[in-house]
Design a protein around this ligand. Structure first.
Ligand SMILES: Nc1ncnc2c1ncn2[C@@H]1O[C@H](COP(=O)(O)OP(=O)(O)OP(=O)(O)O)[C@@H](O)[C@H]1O
Length: 222
């Protein structure tokens, strides 16, 4: 019987076949993922979620989008209204909470921050896959909300490496580093709760972690 195997393994054809596979993969990955549910990315501070999340948005700007949050704090110099945040009053914010318009919201330093259901729904309707970088309490709230999302937890290779990354970033004072490391222990514990996350990625090598994240997002919906 005729078989393609000898042809495909010929030295002349093999590079073309593998080039075809690479091109085919690039083509399918350029298209939107078939599963368009929002992706919630969480993990301890300093683990690299922001880095991974920014890579997704930079490498596939037509596919992924981030949801602009609402806040009651004032705009800082250099921030743009409706781009960095939707700036609203405390009264407006509290009315939105009452009307259950947020998938999650939190208070930091006297100001409120929240992710609105409408913002996510509009982005999803426009064909984008929404990626959300959310801390643990926010994840718990989203889990209780009506949002049908996928959950990815980014874990550090070890607590020592997490500490080194937090210090290496150079953005935190010692007190803040200690607070984040203590909170990291809670986050690691919570990540072990069965059924909370669809995938746990250990961010050791950045490109490897990125590939795992992308492969998960592009996986066909079961
Ligand atoms: N795989 C990696 N290997 C080495 N360094 C990394 C890796 N991933 C991220 N980093 C570095 O670790 C530091 C923390 O990363 P990042 O700011 O993305 O963390 P984060 O999880 O978003 O933290 P936060 O929740 O505080 O915003 C950064 O300096 C980043 O460049």
């Amino acid at each position: 019987m005729f078989s393609l195997r000898p042809l495909l393994s010929s030295p002349r054809i093999l590079p073309r076949a593998s080039r075809f596979r690479t091109l085919y993969r690039a083509y399918t990955m350029a298209a939107a993922p078939s599963d368009n549910r929002p992706v919630v990315i969480s993990g301890p501070s300093g683990v690299g979620k922001g880095t991974l999340y920014k890579l997704l948005l930079e490498r596939r700007p037509n596919t992924f989008a981030t949801s602009v949050s609402h806040t009651t704090r004032d705009p800082r110099p250099g921030e743009t209204r409706d781009v960095d945040y939707y700036y609203i009053t405390m009264e407006e914010f509290e009315k939105m909470i009452e009307e259950e318009k947020f998938v999650e919201h939190a208070k930091f330093g006297g100001n409120r921050y929240g992710t609105s259901k409408m913002t996510i729904a509009n982005l999803t309707a426009s064909g984008k896959v929404v990626v959300l970088d959310i801390e643990m309490e926010g994840v718990k709230q989203i889990k209780k909300s009506t949002l049908n999302a996928r959950y990815v937890f980014i874990a550090p290779p070890s607590m020592e490496i997490l500490e080194a990354r937090l210090r290496g970033r150079g953005t935190e004072k010692e007190e803040s580093i200690q607070k984040r490391l203590a909170q990291a222990k809670n986050e690691m514990e919570y990540s072990k709760t069965p059924g909370v996350h669809d995938l746990i990625i250990v961010n050791d090598d950045l490109e490897k972690a990125y590939s795992e994240l992308e492969a998960f997002i592009y996986k066909e919906r079961a």
